[in-house]
Design a protein around this ligand. Structure first.
Ligand code: ZN
Ligand code: ZN
Length: 371
């Protein structure tokens, strides 16, 4: 007998109606999952800096929208033609699910898949007045439930607590991936990490505890985040300053760092990361900034310093392929997820959490749902 599929009413979600607007937690109606889709009951969702960039217009976004993309939960219902997932399965949401068929995917660069962003552009649910609401980064994880494509769900092992697992979905894949996949940091190398939000603190752990870097120099204006970085493996912490490059050279026998990982996304900090990289070293830019923020390099220095300036998208990660190794690092204690969470909040506290993020306070706020 065919299973009757019905829309789900009474899902609570944090709706944002305009750029710079305030969140309002309200009921939305989710459609029954269609072919190849899955309904997920959220357990926890991290508040990521990209959510702030989408909310304040730095990154393009259609409104009204439900943001939130760093989430974990359990499958509540599967649509037709879904295989390999069943109700109750713990899953991590992947905000950039690769198609596995395009030119980039076939080259082994799924993090550049142009199809991955398709879900970002469509309404996924309806508001109480019947109008559509868009799905931030294709996930809309600031809601008690969401509907996503099945290939946006990565199965999780049952021994990883879902609240900690949520952080794997963006901060960990991006920060550890930047170090391991993009920069390919080697044992004993020196690594400078600029910006100690969730991603930067994962880059610190990735460098110190996974890649086996020698020196890990962490930079942030916040003393609490610098202290956290020290606990997670940084060997030195610095406050940002105009003479950052010379201070980094002072810590690296006059050369500069083998690697700089920039996790802020501002021309000023990218320039600082580049200048603090040694001759022949590599500057990896993870931070996503604003179109109008121009980076200046002079025409002499590029060849002379022999450095590589490289971008990095989503940690050059493939969540499905990289997750098992990250879970092993977590189980072995090399990846401390709990330490990244500085605030556990409800959906109605997103406003203050975004304000704290804007002001640079705290590492990760985590929205925790009643399962
Ligand atoms: Zn994110
Ligand atoms: Zn693709």
């Amino acid at each position: 007998m065919p299973v009757e599929r019905v829309a789900v009413n009474g899902v609570r979600a944090a709706v944002l109606r305009e750029v710079g607007g305030a969140f309002s937690v309200e009921d939305v109606t989710l459609p029954a999952p269609g072919p190849g889709q899955v309904r997920v009951r959220m357990a926890a969702t991290g508040v990521c800096h990209s959510d702030l960039s989408l909310a304040n217009g730095t990154m393009a976004q259609e409104f009204p929208v439900v943001l939130g993309h760093e989430g974990a939960g359990r499958v509540a219902e599967v649509g037709p033609e879904v295989t390999g997932l069943s109700a109750g399965d713990p899953v991590l949401l992947n905000w950039a699910p690769a198609c596995r068929r395009c030119w980039y995917c076939e080259r082994g660069e799924p993090y550049l898949c142009p199809e991955a962003m398709r879900a970002w552009q469509r309404p996924y649910a309806t508001l109480s007045d019947g109008s559509g609401v868009f799905q931030g980064l294709g996930t809309a994880a600031f809601g008690t439930e969401t509907v996503v494509d099945a290939h946006a769900c990565v199965p999780l092992p049952r021994d990883v607590p879902l609240d900690q697992a949520a952080l794997l979905g963006c901060a960990v894949l991006t920060g550890v991936g930047a170090v391991v996949n993009a920069a390919k940091v080697q044992p004993g190398e020196s690594v400078l990490v600029i910006g100690l939000g969730g991603v930067g603190l994962c880059a610190v752990q990735g460098a110190a505890r996974i890649a086996g870097a020698g020196q890990v120099i962490a930079v942030d204006p916040s003393p609490e985040k610098a202290e956290l970085a020290s606990r997670l493996g940084a060997t030195a912490t610095l406050e940002p300053s105009d003479d950052l490059a010379s201070r980094v050279r002072g810590l690296t026998e006059g050369r500069g760092a083998d690697h700089a990982i920039e996790c802020v996304g501002r021309a000023e900090t990218i320039r600082g990361a580049w200048s603090a990289t040694r001759r022949g070293g590599r500057t990896t830019v993870v931070g996503m900034g604003a179109r109008g923020d121009k980076l200046a390099l002079n025409a002499l220095e590029i060849a002379y310093w022999g450095r590589t300036l490289a971008g990095c998208m989503f940690g050059n990660s493939d969540p499905a392929a990289d997750l098992p190794a990250l879970i092993e690092h977590y189980r072995a204690g090399r990846l401390d997820l709990a330490a990244l969470v500085t605030d556990r909040i409800g959906l109605d506290q997103l406003g203050p959490a975004f304000e704290a993020m804007r002001a640079g306070h705290g590492a990760r706020s985590l929205v925790v749902f009643d399962e």
